[in-house]
Write a protein that binds this ligand. Structure first.
Ligand SMILES: Nc1ncnc2c1ncn2[C@@H]1O[C@H](COP(=O)(O)OP(=O)(O)OP(=O)(O)O)[C@@H](O)[C@H]1O
Ligand SMILES: [Mg+2]
Length: 253
């Protein structure tokens, strides 16, 4: 299992006419191996930027993000993370699926991309059962031969999430991944995400505007305002904080 060490991460973007916007202003957080981190805050508070930094997609102005492999006793910069290490699910289901491929083909692509050494034939044989059971768990078992582009937005998102899990990453980054789901699927998806991550030993970092979900499912809540950490609530503190208090910390009122 991998942990994450974010140390004093800062990032500004040019905002035109010689101005700049500070997206991250000295953010530090430690995520233990297997922990579920929720990142909350108002629009533009830096949540997606922090997630991109954790995934190694972003060049920070200063500070660092380190992935920690405790079992092997190795650390390395997030920028060197590979597709076998990190999987991502975004708000837009189109970003996580291949529209012209069928549901089965999408799942197979996820396995192939994350395990380049596995032979195509072995994938077909070994992963068909796992794929079928995953798809039936999210009501997509009858859709295996449908193209992803013919699924509803919510179904496509469920597929994107299952693709992330079948890839067996060490770290799963979720950016408002339940935003396109109806209430029942949102609930189902959140509990499936949390339990699959626990069972597979995956460390989770999730951006959400659903404060109840952050409280119910995560182990740690990081609250951002204007790129700064205004609260870092571990399990004990989290239990004492209700939705109202969390909304206040987010600066909603
Ligand atoms: N690539 C970019 N170029 C310019 N500005 C950016 C870029 N990415 C983010 N920003 C700015 O950085 C700030 C933080 O953006 P970010 O996307 O991290 O916010 P967020 O908390 O994810 O917001 P939301 O809840 O709306 O998704 C915003 O002011 C945004 O306009
Ligand atoms: Mg965002």
């Amino acid at each position: 299992m991998y942990g994450i060490e974010v140390r004093d991460a800062s990032k500004s973007f040019e905002a035109g006419a010689g101005t700049s916007v500070t997206a991250l202003a000295g953010v530090s957080v430690t995520v233990r191996p297997g922990e579920f981190l929720a990142i909350v805050g108002h629009n533009g508070s830096g949540k997606s930027t922090l997630l991109r930094a954790i995934g190694g997609e972003l060049h920070l102005d200063s500070g660092s993000v380190t992935l920690v492999d405790e079992a092997e006793g190795r650390n390395w910069p997030a920028a060197r993370a590979t597709p076998t290490t990190v999987a991502r699910v975004f708000q837009d289901p189109n970003r996580g699926t291949f529209p012209r491929l069928t549901v089965f083909e999408n799942m197979r692509m996820a396995v192939m991309q994350s395990r380049p050494s596995v032979l195509r034939r072995a994938i077909t044989d070994t992963y068909r059962d796992e794929t079928t059971s995953r798809l039936s768990g999210v009501g997509l078992d009858q859709k295996g031969e449908s193209r992803a582009q013919d699924l509803s937005g919510g179904q496509r998102q469920m597929l994107a999430i299952e693709m992330a899990f079948v890839a067996a990453p060490k770290l799963l980054l979720l950016d408002e991944h339940t935003a396109s789901l109806d209430r029942a699927n949102e609930q189902r998806c959140m509990s499936a995400t949390a339990s699959a991550a626990r069972a597979q030993g995956i460390t989770l970092a999730m951006v959400t505007h659903n404060l109840s979900h952050a409280i119910e499912y995560s182990d740690r809540i990081l609250v951002l305002q204007l790129g700064e950490v205004v609260a870092n609530l571990a399990e004990g503190d989290k239990a004492r904080v209700g939705v109202q208090e969390l909304a206040r910390l987010c600066g909603y009122f």
